[in-house]
Design a protein around this ligand. Structure first.
Ligand code: MF3
Ligand code: CO
Length: 273
């Protein structure tokens, strides 16, 4: 596992702020009639303005075709890794945007889900519980704890709901730093006290993927887009975080996670600039 120095964490924070700001800009810009390629174009403009690199563009290897965009935009039954294109957003769509940026080679990775205009209460609730489960996972991280504590917090929050949700298990969160994907994996289901030890300087991307149906997924012919097998609608939320000696620091949240962590009664631990 790659443990970051304070200076490296500050570069990851810079990348994280570009990511957080861009996702917010895309959420605000999304409206019926826009294509997902147009949203990707806005993200490219934000990267250029910030002088940051893309974590996603050209990503591949292991037989996968190089990823062709700077965002993944996954609409409705698409879970993750949707390739932006000519798909036109319509009122009620539930859209997940995943975006990664680099500053001097250090990565930030985050995702948000939002509705286009008005959507159903069921879809809105799906996004909300997925977001809550991400925060429960983040808040469960502590120095000396285990990655399974995070996984268990995500799973427990989702299982506690009155409605039943599919928790996607084929894709996980991950370590992140000088590469977007590093050890350890961070599953969205698991047992407390199990898995790798959480130590100071470890950075994790925590990213639950949740469906209104079963957890089974399939990958489309484009070799990237992951959809639900039962065509149920899915949500995906992600943040990059770290644990300092003072507490948790959410590198891709505009406020560093201060508000949510305070609300959850967990110590907020940013480094000074
Ligand atoms: N951001 C995704 C993740 O959270 C990965 C995107 S795949 C890529 O792991 F090809 F677009 F990079
Ligand atoms: Co990720």
């Amino acid at each position: 596992m790659e443990l970051k120095t304070p200076d490296q964490l500050r570069l990851m924070r810079q990348a994280g702020l570009v990511v957080g700001r861009t996702l917010e800009a895309l959420r605000v810009a999304a409206r019926p009639g826009l294509t997902t390629a147009e949203l990707d174009g806005l993200a490219r403009e934000e990267l250029a303005r910030a002088g940051a690199g893309s974590s996603f563009l050209g990503y591949g290897g292991g037989g996968l075709p190089p990823y062709p965009a700077v965002t993944c935009i996954s609409v409705n039954e698409e879970v993750v890794h949707g390739i932006p294109g000519e798909r036109v957003l319509v009122e009620g769509d539930l859209v997940s945007v995943d975006f990664g940026a680099t500053v001097q080679g250090w990565h930030g990775d985050a995702a948000v889900t939002f509705a286009v205009g008005e959507t159903t209460a069921e879809r809105a609730r799906l996004s909300e519980v997925t977001r809550e489960s991400m925060w429960q996972g983040i808040a469960a991280a502590r120095i000396g704890g285990r990655v399974g504590d995070i996984s268990n917090a995500i799973e427990t929050h989702l299982r506690r709901q009155p409605a039943s949700y599919g928790i996607v298990a084929e894709f996980t969160g991950h370590g992140i730093g000088s590469q977007m994907h590093q050890p350890p994996d961070v599953p969205n289901l698991g047992k407390r006290g199990r898995g790798p030890l959480i130590v100071q300087g470890l950075c994790l991307a925590i990213e639950p993927m949740v469906t209104l149906g079963t957890a089974q997924t399939a990958t489309l012919e484009d070799e990237w887009t992951v959809v639900t097998r039962d065509s149920s609608v899915a949500a995906h939320w992600e943040n990059t975080m770290t644990v300092t000696k003072d507490g948790i620091w959410v590198l891709t949240a505009q406020d560093g996670g201060e508000e949510m962590l305070n609300r959850l009664g967990v110590k907020f631990g940013p480094l000074s600039d």
